[in-house]
Design a protein around this ligand. Structure first.
Ligand code: ZN
Length: 197
């Protein structure tokens, strides 16, 4: 998609959006194209995300591609040798060092494709994603559909009561919702919380 302008390789692409927006599908699609082009690819994901498979990136529609789980962003620098394209999934869960790692890889001539949630369940920018988006050459925001009204969805609404920032889950834990449904639900939760005090 961006290869045609590559006189000198090495840049960062970010694919961001809510849960169920197709981020991982898009990451896999781009990685597959690179494989077809005989490029050497490597995908990394945080150790934390082992929902379906330890050594594969698996999207919600069960597309998969081999990947390497890592504990920290520093490991990516060590492991990403002899590659043309580095994919990083669930980037929001990485430490802030992921930003420098991606910059370094791109500066070395590697195409870096980063997928991640841009907002947490409270609607706040998630971990290193804002800094990655600022430094990327290309940013694509993909959208789910609001399960409550059919608008374009950009929020990941948590269906269970849990204040931890990181709660891994699926359709029983999160639903994609739009700005207006998010605002309404947050207001309802505040009223319920005030009544419970
Ligand atoms: Zn809605």
């Amino acid at each position: 998609m961006y290869l045609e302008s590559a006189n000198k390789p090495g840049w960062i692409e970010v694919i961001c959006g809510s849960m169920f927006s197709g981020k991982t599908e898009e990451l896999i699609r781009r990685m597959r194209r690179a494989v077809f082009a005989n490029q050497r690819v490597e995908i990394f994901k945080p150790q934390i995300d082992v929902r379906y498979s330890v050594d594969e990136v698996v999207s919600h529609n069960s597309n998969s591609i081999p990947s390497t789980p890592v504990d920290s962003s520093a490991q990516i620098s060590l492991l990403a040798t002899e590659v043309d394209v580095v994919g990083i999934d669930e980037a929001q869960f990485f430490d802030e060092g992921i930003v420098e790692v991606c910059m370094d890889l791109a500066n070395r001539g590697i195409r870096v494709i980063v997928a991640g949630l841009d907002m947490d369940y409270l609607g706040k920018p998630f971990g290193p994603m804002p800094a990655l988006m600022a430094r990327a050459e290309h940013v694509d925001k993909v959208h789910a559909i609001c399960v409550r009204c059919g608008n374009i969805a950009q929020h990941s609404h948590r269906l269970t009561q849990n204040d931890n920032l990181v709660v891994l889950g699926e359709k029983d834990t999160y639903e994609p919702i739009c700005r207006h449904c998010f605002n309404r639900l947050r207001a309802e939760e505040e009223v319920a919380a005030a009544a419970a005090e």
